[in-house]
Design a protein around this ligand. Sequence first.
Ligand code: UDP
Length: 346
Amino acid sequence: MRPSRGSTFPALFFGIGCWVSGLYKVSKAVGQWAGDPGAGPWGLAVRGGCGYRVPGTRYRIGAEGRIPSTENRVKRAHRVCIPRPVSCILHDGTSRGRGYPLMPHEDLRYRRILLKLSGEAFRGRQPYGIDYEFLQYMAQEIGSVHALGVEVAIVVGGGNILRGSEAALQGLDRALADYIGMLATLMNALALQDMLERHGMVTRCQSALEVKEVAEPLIRRRAIRHLEKGRIVIFAAGTGNPFFSTDTAAALRALEIKAQVLLKATKVEGIFTDDPLKNLSARKLAHVTYQDFLQMGLRVMDSTAISLCMEHGLPVIVFNIWEPGNLRRIVLGEAVGSTIGPGQGP
Ligand code: UDP
């Protein structure tokens, strides 16, 4: 006797329901093993090294949780489904899984920071280009605050390779020279990204100029999501506009991602009345207000950046990046370097 339609369809739907929920659980389990509790289940399975083949079809469900296009189907057809838990050893000997949002250290003064590293820092002891020894050191310093659970975003400069204003004096068109300068920041960003990853940190590089082969486009909400997931975000190519500086980009990005503080790394102890490397009687200022900074014509950061910080009440700390442990001391609330902010300071 043929079964009636009334009994076939509920059974069919029940079957499909069981299959889909099974698929979800398998994916979720694989994802958790792969060690990234922050993302959706489909994404997790894929990021662990695994696409999921829909039974009875040639399709795999990808990171986006949808059946891929014909072109992608061909590409993914041979992907091997081997989820792998990835762990890493931090420079201080501690070990943790990749991609975990960290539990913040309870004494943290700042939970989300924006660190501005100028090209000068990348040059280190070299006359030009990138000092890889310094990059190693930077990765250790950044790793030490990241391990405390601090969300770290970084804006990199490019003055170690090219400054638009200087190139314009040599005869290049200023706007073009500035674009070249922005591309220089991208080189620094990629070098730093590699070094941070070698030290076990998970990073993303976002560029204000489109270079999709090597960096994500600048997407504010995505950057915030990366930070929430414990990834370090490196912002490259400044503001994406000529006639600006990476200091301004740092202020802009800090406000965009709602960083609690902008940390300006320099090679001196803070803000001085004059250049302490040239004038030995220059006095260090523990705190200056935004207005004083602008009126005194101090040059440690550019005035556009400080004006932006002033308008939105973003505190700035200028400190010596060459002093090991300074970054960590700052996020734990110690008075290091000089502060720029409203009123009398902290
Ligand atoms: N630049 C730009 N727009 C920006 C940021 C940077 O045109 O929003 C160019 C500019 O030519 C600048 C160069 O990129 O001289 C490198 O940046 P910057 O001088 O700020 O780097 P740093 O002084 O921090 O090394």
